[in-house]
Design a protein around this ligand. Structure first.
Ligand code: NAD
Length: 459
């Protein structure tokens, strides 16, 4: 079969895989190839044990795989054949040298730019799908235009706003699709070519076109605003615990204001994931590099508040369990950074586990999807850690339960049965405020929600 367009995606991760699967499913007349340097990942995408867990993803992949969706390690061949190349490689926070701990590490992204130059034989549209510092497209253009082949590369920014755990739904029904391009004729043509892909299933009114820099920066701003809401309500959870106010009631009362809205107002142990922290750090770094220290300080505080919330959570556990957790079996209910994913990058669970191990607790980590990653995350830590997918087995003989991830199934656990199997006094620390605290208290637990009065049986 001849395809209308050849689309390539470099980077088969949490963004590249699902995004391309949905594009392939919706555009059967386009050939979509996803390439990666990681052969194990590519092999996973070619089986029904996909390398990432996302509800509904396997079905979408199965619909298109082998028809017009292909996963391969042959990057050079992919580049040669492509009309449009999405670059979806990782852009983590730099861990070395200048800007360490703040700036984006652009080495993977730059490597792809050089690979494109090396293997391309004709003009192509290059789409920034990765989240990048504002004005990265300029550097991309400079590398690409340095080719001696007389080829024109048009760079377009199309940042991804999907949320892990609901990636397929977010891709099928996005709030908006953002496409930034040069304000030139060829820039507009390239933006239109990308818009033409999305309008197969997205309402044209949801496609926003901007200049390149606005698109790049909008992605950082969107993540900063979302994280800021989490930190804002979390800061109030601390104040609620001191004053007897209930953060759930505050969220409802405040979120009922249409100017504010109810979403992203649940107090929690804090945000995790590969993006929020890294993107804010990047925003802080960029602001500082332009001499905007007040702007940088303002956003840095969002991260500081997130760290504070995690520290508070651990301190509560230690304080309430009579100032010591030495030798006490404590279960982390969940380890993924959020529900419906196996991703543990920057999960608050990592901090909680490491601190409790430092305090010589006996840790049991339970999670329906993330235990493989949890094992990797905790591998270097000294102390006793068990990994147990079954929450009932995990809780047997334990003294404390700490909810780290808001998995739906935790709400319907038989806590009467769990309580019966635990050492007494038994404690619950609900880092997501998802459990029925009054019911747990009636069962016999001492309950410590976030930002709400504690419920204890101690006189
Ligand atoms: N994860 C999310 O929820 C999310 C959401 C929106 C945007 N983003 C952004 O999208 C980008 C990708 O994120 P991710 O979570 O998919 O990362 P990821 O680490 O899961 O995937 C990136 C993939 O790129 C591959 N890669 C790196 N260099 C390569 C090269 N030179 N050639 C071929 N493959 C290469 C890696 O092997 C890896 O499999 C990041 O910039 C991230 O900030 C992520």
């Amino acid at each position: 079969m001849t395809f209308k367009k050849n689309i390539l995606c470099i980077g088969a991760g949490y963004v590249g895989g699902p995004t391309m699967a949905v594009i392939a499913a919706k555009c059967p007349d386009c050939k979509v190839t996803v390439v990666d340097v990681n052969a194990e990942r590519i092999q996973g995408w070619n089986t029904d044990r996909l390398p990432i867990f996302e509800p509904g993803l396997l079905e979408v992949v199965q619909e298109a795989r082998g028809r017009n969706l292909f996963f391969s390690t042959d990057i050079a061949a992919g580049i040669r054949a492509a009309d449009i190349i999405f670059v979806s490689v990782n852009t983590p926070t730099k861990t070395f040298g200048h800007g360490a701990g703040m700036a984006s590490d652009l080495q993977y992204w730059e490597k792809t730019a050089h690979e494109i130059v090396a293997h391309a034989g004709n003009s192509k549209i290059i789409v920034e799908k990765s989240t990048l510092p504002v004005r990265t497209a300029e550097a991309m253009e400079q590398i690409l235009q340095e080719n001696a082949k007389g080829i024109h590369f048009e760079v377009v920014s199309n940042p991804e706003f999907l949320s892990e755990g609901s990636a397929v739904r977010d891709l099928l029904e996005p709030d908006r699709v953002l496409i930034g391009s040069r304000q030139t004729e060829s820039g507009a043509r390239a933006a239109q070519a990308i818009a033409d892909i999305y309008t197969r299933w997205v309402d044209a009114g949801k496609i926003i076109t901007t200049n390149l820099w606005s698109a790049e920066l909008s992605k950082l701003v969107a993540n900063a605003f979302l994280a800021q809401r989490v930190s804002s309500i979390n800061s109030m959870s601390a104040l609620c615990e001191k004053t007897g106010a209930d953060v759930g009631e505050i969220s409802y009362a405040v979120g009922s204001d249409r100017r504010i809205g109810p979403r992203f107002l649940n107090a929690s142990i804090g945000f995790g994931g590969s993006c929020f922290k890294k993107d804010i750090l990047n925003l802080v770094y960029i602001s500082r590099s332009y001499g905007l220290d007040q702007v940088a300080d303002y956003w840095q505080a969002v991260i500081r508040m997130n760290e504070y919330q995690q520290e508070r959570f651990v301190q509560t556990i230690i304080r309430e369990m009579f100032q010591t957790v030495v030798g006490k079996r404590i279960v982390l209910l969940g380890f993924a950074f959020k529900a419906n994913t196996g991703d543990t990058r920057e999960s608050p669970g990592i901090y909680v586990a490491s601190k409790l191990l430092e305090e010589q607790a006996v840790l049991v980590v339970s999670d329906p999807q993330a235990l493989e990653n949890a094992r990797r995350d905790l591998a270097g830590l000294a102390g006793s850690v068990e990994f147990e997918p079954d929450p009932y087995r995990a809780a047997a003989g334990a003294q404390g339960l700490a909810v780290i991830t808001e998995w739906e199934e935790y709400k319907s656990l038989d806590f009467g049965k769990i309580f019966a199997s635990m050492h007494k006094p038994a404690f619950v620390f609900d880092g997501r405020n998802i459990l029925d605290h009054r019911k747990l208290f009636q069962i016999g637990f001492n309950v410590f929600p976030l930002g709400k009065p504690k419920l204890t049986h101690f006189k």
